[in-house]
Write a protein that binds this ligand. Structure first.
Ligand SMILES: Cc1cc2nc3c(=O)[nH]c(=O)nc-3n(C[C@H](O)[C@H](O)[C@H](O)COP(=O)(O)OP(=O)(O)OC[C@H]3O[C@@H](n4cnc5c(N)ncnc54)[C@H](O)[C@@H]3O)c2cc1C
Length: 479
């Protein structure tokens, strides 16, 4: 196993505990769910496991270095947390409306209610929000009469939203929302890879709005959704990777090598050779690579076609600047969970989360914990000077948005170099190409956030799928 982030930990957990999900559901695990009867080695470059999931807790603060929550409507992360015994620690994002704001001509305007799958299905809240002009609202309302697209070719998110709902909705609402979620501009993102449900709605109903209404009916979704759109763990997302680590670390057949950098992964007639910096190589019958795609490409240099396809998944960098203040420092009470800046506002900060308002228990009483996201091209070089510039950028943003003049009580910068995969136009085609190449290399498996979904639930799912494929591979070899 190469990489001990969420995907790698999930693969190992599932290999060692294949029946645990069934057991957690009260089902007797039978022979099919027997754990892998082979030696497993987990190789992680860093001195800690968890990758892009990291929580630091001190003085009553729970500080997330990167991910702070996951989408409740995608079941895989929640199911894993429950299986690991974390069910009682699951917490929903704080209720109340408005949840989030978007900047419009410098002011913070509430996101309208009725956004389903990121497009408005209710016109009333959109009209009254003031985010769109009357003409922009009228264009959104016309969506149901816009003819269905005839081509099956992939399309960018920007083109899709403009074509169906008009430019204003795209620029004032969708661009800031999506720019925050994905590592690429919606002008490059693939609609088929990021929002297949919208493509399906248009294809099946001729209108996205109509299609989403059909999909949202209880009989077609299997029941109402739980209230909170985002879930986290009381002690932070790091609890998930800690629990995964705890579930595997005492397994006799597992060896965990932290601070161990894999240099290459080569195919041999007997299986695979893993070259490791400063150590003897490992000879294994199967290998799962869970690093981001460009790093997987570096390891697989001998497989040119695969490397070319992996390199075509772009990654961008981001910095999270988190800071704590006294609540009294803010001239007005804060509202919602935070806000996003559209590109048209020309801000260096993509958005701010009021962490202590989004989830209970993130800061002591009377304190505000917040974090700002700063992306390319506004990232100064790493080092204390660069960090100070990032803090200054955050301070300028907060001064401008909410009139905050005070200096923070403490602050921290987390830099995530080449951390956000961009599911750009043609992503699904690229992933199919990668899967075809990998299938031709028995004993090689890829997993992680680069392929079938950028967030935590999809990363968990990809780890579970890789574990299943690996166990099938081993069972076939033994048969
Ligand atoms: C700033 C930020 C905020 C985010 N917020 C959210 C959020 O709120 N909700 C959400 O759902 N998702 C969020 N995400 C995405 C989420 O964190 C990822 O989907 C998930 O953590 C990816 O896990 P992974 O195992 O695929 O990759 P990683 O966490 O990158 O793990 C890969 C591991 O491989 C190791 N590695 C790399 N090269 C080598 C090598 N040569 N040898 C050995 N080991 C190696 C790395 O050290 C790392 O530990 C966020 C991401 C970022 C960057």
């Amino acid at each position: 196993m190469v990489g001990g982030g969420l995907a790698g930990l999930t693969v190992v957990h599932r290999l060692l505990n294949p029946g645990a999900r069934l057991a957690a559901q009260g089902v007797d695990a039978d022979g099919d769910a027997a754990p892998l009867n082979a030696r497993v080695v987990l190789l992680e470059r860093d001195d800690r496991l968890g990758g892009k999931i990291l929580t630091e807790s001190f003085d009553g603060f729970v500080v997330e270095a990167a991910a702070d929550s996951f989408l409740a409507r995608k079941p895989w992360a929640r199911a894993l947390a429950e299986e690991l015994g974390l069910g009682d620690e699951l917490v929903g994002s704080e209720p109340g409306w408005p949840r989030a704001f978007v900047r419009r001509a410098g002011a913070l305007v509430p996101f309208p209610d009725g956004l389903t799958g990121l497009v408005p299905t209710k016109m009333g809240p959109l009209w009254t929000s003031g985010i769109l002009s009357p003409l922009g609202c009228a264009r959104v309302a016309m969506e149901r009469w816009i003819p269905r697209r005839t081509s099956d070719r992939d399309e960018t998110v920007a083109s899709f939203v403009r074509r169906r709902f008009g430019s204003e909705l795209y620029e004032r609402l969708m661009q800031p929302l999506l720019g925050g979620l994905y590592g690429s501009s919606p002008e490059q993102l693939s609609i088929a890879a990021t929002f297949p449900v919208l493509v399906q709605a248009e294809r099946e109903s001729g209108s996205v709005t109509r299609g989403l209404r059909v999909q949202a009916r209880p009989e077609s979704t299997g029941g109402p959704r739980p209230g909170a759109p985002f879930l986290s763990l009381r002690g932070g997302m790091g609890r998930l990777t800690e629990a995964l680590e705890a579930s595997i670390e005492s397994a006799e057949r597992l060896q965990i090598l932290r601070g161990t950098t894999v240099e290459s992964v080569r195919r041999t007639p007997e299986g695979w050779t893993i070259d490791i910096e400063g150590r003897s190589p490992l000879f294994v019958s199967a290998v799962v690579i869970t690093t981001p795609a460009p790093l997987a490409a570096r390891l697989l240099v001998e497989h040119e076609d695969l490397v070319a396809a992996l390199r075509r998944i772009p990654f961008t960098s981001t910095s999270v600047v988190t800071a704590a203040y006294d609540s009294a420092n803010f001239p007005r009470p804060l509202e919602g969970h935070g806000y996003l800046n559209p590109l048209s506002e020309r801000r260096k900060v993509a958005g701010i989360t009021w962490s202590s308002r989004k989830f209970a228990g993130r800061a002591p009483a009377g304190r505000v914990l917040l974090r700002g996201f700063i992306r390319e091209p506004h990232l100064p070089p790493a080092g204390p000077e660069g960090d100070a510039r990032l803090l200054e950028t955050l301070a300028e943003e907060l001064r401008d948005a909410v009139g905050l003049e005070a200096a923070p009580q403490w602050w921290r910068v987390f830099r995530w170099q080449n951390s956000m995969p961009g599911y750009t136009l043609g992503h699904l085609e690229r992933v199919r190409m990668i899967e075809d190449r990998v299938e031709a290399l028995p004993g090689l498996f890829l997993a992680g956030c680069s392929y079938g979904g950028v967030g935590i639930p999809d990363t968990v799912r990809s780890g579970e799928q890789a574990a299943t494929r690996l166990m099938d591979h081993i069972a076939t070899r033994r048969a």
